[in-house]
Design a binder for this molecule. Structure first.
Ligand code: ADP
Ligand code: MG
Length: 288
């Protein structure tokens, strides 16, 4: 496959230059890039082919519309734990979303082979919960919260305490925009609440509380080092077991989030007040 490295995009008199690939997801490829005339500043850019992958113009248009919606959402968000979007460039073939570069890889790569300690998991959980609270306050739902979409800021992390930023608003939507998109279900449904798995990503009839379920699964995975569910039936019944976790407060918080009925899930405010969260003063003072 031909490398895209070295390719120019953006304004002719002040272009961006593509560098190596950082990651790949369902929607497109993310590369590092830099802008020579802009003090050589570095960014991450999500690059989505607008035409090649579609046989139908209609599908291309729809994707473009969805991506622009993603861009508009991101533009409006300013939060220490959310990847910031700086620029959107559209050509006939490509859509480029230029964003803040987060160097340190995905949380997924850190937890895929090992679980985190309770203080480590708590530190990540608080940042993600706080970012989610902000997202929800803007009337948005992330809908695809999982460790693949949580980036680790290596420079800011120390003593095993990971500083993280949420990315990938490709599935995010306004709670009541009255508009649903057709999306192929991709990736693991491990983090999807039962009402999402039932109806599919495209359906209406669910709200920001789907993120609470995902947050509970995230906490489980961070502490247990494995997924809570192995069959879809178990998701429908929120049926899971703990294997190595012994802290009853942590278990309680996870159980309070992984609830079948959205109305039974703990709110973000209550999450942040939960006794397991309050246990550690070190991360409380370290968190701005
Ligand atoms: P998709 O919607 O295709 O899943 P993502 O936005 O999740 O795309 O990006 C795919 C991968 O690219 C991420 O999982 C991550 O590894 C990497 N990535 C995304 N955004 C950034 C960023 N701002 N800085 C560094 N790496 C990133
Ligand atoms: Mg992703």
């Amino acid at each position: 496959r031909a490398s895209a490295e070295g390719r120019l995009f953006g304004p002719e008199d002040d272009p961006y230059i593509l560098l190596e690939q950082l990651g790949k997801g369902a929607q497109g490829t993310v590369n590092r890039c830099w802008r020579p005339k802009h003090r050589g500043e570095e960014f991450a850019v999500k690059r989505i082919a607008l035409q090649k992958q579609f046989r139908l113009q209609r599908d291309a248009d729809r994707t473009k519309e969805r991506l622009k919606a993603e861009a508009n959402i991101l533009f409006s968000l300013r939060h220490a734990h959310i990847v910031q979007l700086f620029d959107v460039i559209e050509t006939k073939e490509w859509l480029y979303l230029v964003m803040e570069l987060v160097q340190g890889g995905e949380l997924y790569d850190i937890i895929k082979n090992k679980h985190l300690s309770e203080p480590e998991a708590r530190y990540v959980f608080k940042q993600v919960a706080d970012a989610l609270r902000y997202i929800h306050s803007k009337g948005l739902v992330h809908r695809d919260l999982k460790p693949e979409n949580i980036l680790v800021d290596q420079k800011a992390s120390r003593d095993g305490l990971l500083e993280v930023k949420i990315t990938d608003f490709g599935y995010a939507k306004l709670v009541d925009d009255g508009y649903s998109t057709t999306l192929t279900q991709v990736g693991t449904p491990q983090y999807w609440a039962p009402e999402v798995s039932d109806a599919g990503m495209c359906a209406k009839g669910y709200d920001e509380r789907v993120d609470l379920w995902s947050l509970g699964v995230l906490l489980y995975v961070m502490l247990e080092g494995v997924y809570p569910f192995s069959r879809e039936e178990q998701i429908k019944q929120a049926s899971f077991k703990f294997h190595r976790l012994s802290s009853s407060r942590a278990k309680d918080l996870i159980r309070a989030l992984i609830q079948v009925r959205p109305e039974d899930r703990l709110s973000l405010d209550d999450c942040l007040k939960h006794s397991w969260i309050q246990m550690d003063s070190r991360s409380a003072s370290a968190l701005k």
